[in-house]
Design a protein around this ligand. Sequence first.
Ligand code: PCP
Length: 385
Amino acid sequence: MFHVANDDEIKSGKVTDIYFVRTLEILKARGINKRVAAEVWTKGLPNEWSWAVFAGIEEGVELLAGKPVTVNGLKEGTIFQSYEPVLEIECYYQDFALFETALLGFICQASGIATAAARCRKVAGDKPITSFGARRMHPAIAPMVERSAFIGGCDGVAVVKSAEFIGEDPVGTMPHALILVMGDTVEATKAFHDVISKKVPRVSLIDTFHDEKFAALEVAHALGKDLFAVRLDTPSSRRGNFLKIIEEVRWELDLHGFDKIKIFVSGNIDEKAIQELYHLVDAFGVGTSIANAPVVDFSLDIVEVEGKPLSKRGKPSGRKKLLRCPHCFQTKVIPREKATTYCDCGAALESLFLPLIADSDVVADIPKPQQIREYVLNQLQHFSL
Ligand code: PCP
């Protein structure tokens, strides 16, 4: 029905660039099937990012599980930099050729989204960020988009299916549609309070009809202590100096004794907006800037053929190890057969590569999204924007 490939088509190698099909045809015709090692890295991150979050490998492992390949690589959520290998595949080339396209697709998009989320996380400190971006993407990938946003650092996701998929409750407030259909912000907010489960925080959307500061006071007086927050999703045509609008809403709420009522903003929010509004805003709804994050431009290249280092120009040959200092997070890339060394800070460097698939058998632990998110948050403190 929808314009998407299904699991079987992806798993069977149908989502592949035609030149891999032809390569396979030629190699089979010539009876050539060499043992290779291939490596995935990126030569540059988008938006001048100095680091990125490795994501999407859970699906990559699902893709290659059961196939005669051996895969070692970073565990999901590992923060890496350009020119650092993130994955290594060892196999007979004919057994892997058709899966490069899908494998890269899984990690390129998810890593971009997880990184954009992690950067927002970094600037938002401990203030809640909710992923609001599924509506910007094809619904078939909403679970992937919001899982990546969550493991990257978002506190919650808005879409029911995505929340179910990651084992969280969906997070949301009220849409303009409720207020337009009911014809009044206070009536809509009261109805929300009367009807919706008490465990859902009462967040009133205050930019539909009137000026936000007056609407904020109206709903505050209407719900009093039951009102958790007001949300401003002010249309860009009226946004002018958004900071000043929020400042005024904060002033009026505090002046009228509603200093406990929080302020939630959404609409064109990105890491820059979070930095600008941070001191006034209690929570952020982020859509496009995370869901539509630039992809990480991973490439997969052969680095060894029949046990001999061989790679294209621009790619160091041979199999490698990515080492990281557990204390200062300095990283180092060394040839695989070389012994692990010490960091300049004196600590022993640790190899970041883990066995993921051993000759078709999945050997990696597949952590829960909550565990991956924790791993990302623990690393984030060692990386600046
Ligand atoms: C939508 C939603 C989020 C917006 C989109 C995400 O707003 O409420 O705030 O925006 P972004 O992609 O720019 O980050 P609307 O569609 O304006 O409002 P509604 O809540 O009524 O759906």
